[in-house]
Write a protein that binds this ligand. Structure first.
Ligand SMILES: [Fe+2]
Ligand SMILES: [Fe+2]
Length: 340
């Protein structure tokens, strides 16, 4: 069979028809290659037409990924640490919102440069903003919205040997995104009939989701920082207690909603000693949704689920082996089993 395109042509064709903008940089951040989409995305912010041999920061004005708070280039940092950054959101002065990935190019253990890809996600973000505005109207008041939108969540990479994490991204409105994702997951489970299970009350669970992380306080961390999560993050049970107090006393939520919030970071065993049985199916579903939403919000995870009787079957593609795979959770008994 005849080749559609010859090899060198094929590579150019593919690179220049990609929707993502692509830069290849050597280890001094000199641009070795950029494709047509990169030209379009950065239009008006490039020095001239000839990128060859130019330093990335000199050639691209207002580079969409530049320096961390200590004044070190994020690109140099990626190269030196040999670690990649994924889906970093950047609002560029040209009005575009970009989703950026930075991947070190390592050949024979030698760090040779970086591949930087960027996607224009402005339209997607606009649609998301419209949906957000609609959702904000359903919140009790602007204080709740403000707290959610100013509490960050961190994206990180876990090192199982050293038991530490490296911060790879900061989601500024992390709790807000987490609540929206939790509601999306719940609505898709509801469409499959989970609210028909005895003990699952749709309205109560929606309220529990909205209020559950309002008491959360996060440490100030920077991209690239390596920390021991047990030292820097507060015991989750504390924010659960605070959120329960807020829901009960400031927003007059029903007792069952308050108890679900209070125990949302307790283990199954601790919760079953403290909560009446009638609340346990909803408690289990809530914890499942909370965990899945946290994973989805931080990125890099795909989840699929089906409801079968009083059980939920979850398939998660997660980089952390502990959570990767298919499992079945019975909301009545709390039994969990892994399915091959
Ligand atoms: Fe929480
Ligand atoms: Fe949560």
């Amino acid at each position: 069979m005849r080749d559609l395109l010859k090899r060198p042509e094929l590579l150019h064709y593919v690179l220049d028809t990609m929707v993502e903008g692509l830069f290849l940089l050597d280890k001094d951040l000199t641009i070795q290659y950029m494709n047509s989409s990169a030209l379009q995305i950065m239009d008006g912010f490039l020095s001239d037409d000839d990128y060859h041999g130019r330093n990335f920061y000199d050639y691209v004005h207002m580079a969409p990924i530049d320096f961390n708070e200590e004044g070190t280039s994020i690109l140099i940092e990626c190269m030196e640490t040999g670690t990649s950054l994924t889906r970093v959101m950047s609002e560029h002065p040209n009005g575009k919102t970009l989703s950026i990935n930075v991947v070190p190019i390592v050949v024979d253990n030698e760090k040779r440069g970086l591949m930087l890809t960027m996607e224009d996600v402005t339209k997607l973000i606009e649609i998301e903003k419209e949906l957000d505005m609609a959702f904000a109207l359903t919140l009790p008041n602007s204080k709740v919205e403000h707290k959610m939108k100013t509490t960050v969540e961190y994206q990180d990479e876990y090192n199982p040997e050293l038991k530490n994490i490296r911060v790879t991204g900061i989601i500024k409105d992390g709790v807000y995104r987490h609540v929206v994702n939790s509601l999306k997951i719940f609505s898709s489970l509801a469409a499959q009939g989970v609210t028909k299970v005895i003990g699952i009350d749709k309205d109560q669970l929606v309220q529990a989701i909205i209020f559950h992380d309002l008491g959360k306080v996060q440490p100030d961390l920077m991209i690239g920082e390596v920390v021991d999560p047990r030292e820097v993050f507060e015991d989750s049970k504390l924010h659960a207690y605070r959120s329960a107090e807020i829901a009960k006393n400031l927003y007059h939520q029903p007792d069952d909603v308050v108890e679900l919030i209070r125990f949302h970071h307790h283990s199954e065993k601790e919760a079953s000693e403290s909560l009446p049985w009638r609340l346990l199916p909803m408690f289990r579903l809530f914890q499942l949704i909370d965990g899945l939403s946290a994973a989805v919000t931080r990125g890099g995870v795909d989840v699929l689920f089906t409801v079968s009787g009083s059980s939920v079957i979850v398939t998660e593609h997660n980089r952390r082996p502990k959570y990767d795979g298919t499992r079945k959770i019975d909301l009545f008994t709390g039994k969990r089993r892994n399915i091959e």
